[in-house]
Structure formats: structure tokens, C-alpha cells
Design a protein around this ligand. Sequence first.
Ligand SMILES: Nc1ncnc2c1ncn2[C@@H]1O[C@H](COP(=O)(O)OP(=O)(O)O)[C@@H](O)[C@H]1O
Ligand SMILES: [Mg+2]
Length: 180
Amino acid sequence: MSLITAQDLSKTYLKGETKVEALKGLKFEIEPASFVSFVGPSGSGKTTLLNLIGCLDKPTSGSLMVDDTDVSSLNTRMAAAFRGRKIGFIFQDFNLIPVLTVYENVGYPLVLVQSTPSSERKQRILALLDAVGMAEQRDKYPDQISGGQKQRVAVARAAWGGCVQGPSRTGPKASIQDVL
Ligand SMILES: Nc1ncnc2c1ncn2[C@@H]1O[C@H](COP(=O)(O)OP(=O)(O)O)[C@@H](O)[C@H]1O
Ligand SMILES: [Mg+2]
């Protein structure tokens, strides 16, 4: 069973009077636990596609299933909830929150999205920090760590959803280290 399925997926932007067909009739499937890159020249539609999969934007036509949900049918509120539960973003420039510590940055999605009891939250944050090798730096602020360390924190922050909810504590660790 695929995790993401696109059928005849298209996205057209309107720039004044001009139509820009950023994506046209895309069809693909992505299996669970796979590592996929979208490669293409600037302007070929990579960001557009990631915005659709990440529920930040909607297709003009076609269907896009993400984990059994037709994300093209979600309204803004539902899309936000879906993103919160299912999608992890690692930004190119990491976008860590400068006034929060490493620990607080990783825990932020859990505070925002989930009503996780605080003891469980703490355990999950520590497991994530441990998985990316940043447990010892947890009280530092983003401007006190290196670029590579910021990237690790960004990976941990993005990974709490799918990875850490699993029953095993070794499973998530392995999958984050695969990403790193
Ligand atoms: N918000 C927008 N409004 C109008 N055109 C856009 C918008 N975003 C992207 N485009 C156009 O869609 C095409 C694909 O852009 P994009 O997805 O950003 O490509 P990539 O990420 O591969 O560089 C480009 O021609 C771009 O100019
Ligand atoms: Mg882009």
C-alpha cells in the first residue's frame, strides 16, 4: 500500500492574466519508509509539489492521497490539523526559534498540536534529542550551536510525529539516524 499517491495531479498558478502550469498531470506512488528526492531545474515545480504534499497549498485538479486522506479536499483548518499530526518539515535554513532552547524547539510541535501529558512529552523529546546526538546540548540556544547541530535539531523537531509514536524506542532511533 502506498503512502502517497498522485493521480493526474496539476497545479496552475494565475499570474495576472497569464497561466503558469507548474505541475501537469503528475502520476506517482511513494511507498512507506522510502526516501525520495524530487530533482529538476529551478522552476520545474519541486516546491509546488512539496507544498501540495505538505498541505500548504491545493492542487488545481487531480487527486493526491497522503496516508489515506485525500488532501485536496481538506479545508484550511483540517489541513492545519493534518499537517500537525502527519507532516514534518525540515527547512533549508532550519527555522529554529531563536528564543527557545534546543529542548524547547524540539518539543514545540508537541505543545502546539498534541495534548500529550507533560511526562510523556519530556520522554519523547529526550528520545528524539538522543536519536540525533543532541541530548547534551539541550539547554543551548540556536545561536550557540553549529550549522550541522541546528540541522540535527531541525530533523528531531520534524520527526516526532510518525517516528516516535511507534511502540519501540529503538525503531525511531534507527530511522532518524538513517536520515542523518
Ligand atoms: N505563487 C506563485 N504564483 C505564480 N507562479 C508561481 C508561484 N509559485 C511558483 N510559480 C511558478 O511555478 C513554476 C514552478 O515553480 P516552483 O515550484 O517554485 O519550482 P522549483 O521549486 O522547482 O524551482 C515556476 O514557473 C514558477 O514561476
Ligand atoms: Mg523550489
